[in-house]
Ligand binder design. Structure first.
Ligand SMILES: *Cc1c(COP(=O)(O)O)cnc(C)c1O
Length: 384
């Protein structure tokens, strides 16, 4: 009898989410309303308070809104890692800004700060660090560099819930904004969704207006104004990026489970570290002592002494009914980015080297230890 297929990621949604969504559906209020408000409040409390949390329909929307609110436009260049999902970069193009991709630090797979430094010009408007896989970037050096050059920092925190840098949660650091994703395979989900977090009330206000058609609901006081309740003012050509209460309902229950999700992810990551340590694999870097790795992704790289190549390992695992992925085909190899900016792999030696040897192993909360043993055993049989 063959074993069931083991996917590389699966959402973990239970009866609590079903009940919360049913409550929303029965309430008659489906779009942005009380559930989104509760979710934003709970998210801010999870991060420790004192922050503005703005729910949106995806992290991509959130990144777009954050850059827009910070004034990024066609005069600017935006720097991000080549080893990321295209969303981290495309949002700069939405605003007419140019993208400058940088190579990674092979130790962490995060963007290399020295490479960022070399790409800074008078036009650099923002840096978008990506906390790859759930491991924080070197934020002290990055924030110093940005501050010295008067550059905004928007963290792509899609993998970083919860991640800490020097014991502070990503979302509470001194960047201009951090943006989380609740896409189906992220550490918590709302189906589709995202959250922008910022300390800057003006940035928050602009995002509030722009996420819903440029309508300024706070432009006048609805309660003391003599304007009728149907009245509103459009102050900019905004976007349709608001989160629905259906998604917000899922988010409320997922957030409550997040600490338990992290425990399970940590347990599985530790078991992989132990079970794979004698194989010709480079295992992922853990967070520094005292810090939290979100373990969104568990990415291994084949060492030169491995008896086979990455594609054959993926094929073998697939033959064993095990799903894997590759994060990511680096942007410098993607036709749009490659052709627009005349990029060649030699410009990104570290990311390119890693890309050719990397694969992402299954890691999700509903995976049992026995499921994981199948992955470990299959890797031993192809690499041992
Ligand atoms: C998932 C992801 C995004 C986009 O998130 P959405 O919520 O799907 O828009 C952006 N950046 C990175 C690194 C991601 O992994």
């Amino acid at each position: 009898m063959s074993l069931p297929f083991l996917p590389f990621a699966l959402p973990d949604v239970g009866e609590e989410e079903v009940d919360e969504v049913a409550d929303t559906l029965r309430s008659g209020w489906l779009t942005t309303g009380p559930k989104v408000k509760r979710f934003e409040k709970a998210f801010g409390e999870f991060l420790g308070g004192g922050l503005e949390c703005l729910a949106v329909n995806s992290a991509t929307s959130g990144l777009h809104l954050a850059l827009e609110a910070l004034g990024i436009g066609s005069d600017h260049e935006v720097i991000t890692s080549t080893l990321t999902f295209t969303a981290s970069a495309e949002i700069a193009r939405y605003l007419g800004a140019d993208v400058r991709l940088v190579d990674i630090d092979p130790a962490t797979l995060n963007l290399d700060i020295d490479q960022v430094r070399k790409k800074i010009t008078k036009r650099t408007g923002a840096i978008i660090p990506v906390h790859y896989g759930g491991l924080a970037c070197e934020m002290d050096d990055l924030l110093d560099l940005a501050q010295q050059n008067d550059i905004k920092v928007v963290e792509d925190a899609a993998h970083a819930l919860p991640t800490t840098w020097r014991k502070c949660l990503v979302g509470t650091l001194d960047s201009d904004a951090a943006v989380f994703s609740f896409y189906a395979n992220k550490s918590m989900t709302t189906g589709e969704g995202g959250m922008v977090v910022t300390r800057d009330p003006q940035v928050a206000q602009r995002i509030k207006v722009m996420r819903l058609h440029g309508i300024d609901v706070d432009a006048f006081d609805r309660f003391t104004s003599d304007k009728p309740s149907w009245y509103y003012e459009v102050v900019a050509p905004g976007f349709k990026y608001n989160m629905t209460d259906i998604a917000g309902a899922i988010g409320i229950q997922q957030l409550a489970k997040l600490p338990g999700f992290l425990e399970r992810r940590r347990h599985l990551a530790a078991r992989y570290m132990e079970g794979l340590r004698n194989l010709p694999l480079r295992l992922p870097a853990d967070a520094p002592a005292g810090d939290t790795h979100a373990w969104h992704l568990f990415v291994v790289r084949l060492l030169d002494e491995a008896p086979t190549d990455r594609d054959q390992v993926i094929q073998h695992l697939s033959d064993c009914g095990i799903g894997t992925s590759v994060h990511y085909v680096p942007l410098h190899r993607q036709p749009y980015w490659r052709d627009s900016y005349e990029l060649v792999p030699e410009m990104y030696p570290n990311a390119d080297f890693a890309y050719q040897r990397m694969l992402t192993l299954p890691l999700y909360t509903r995976m049992t230890d026995q499921d994981q043993d199948r992955v470990i055993n299959a890797l031993h049989s192809v690499l041992g």
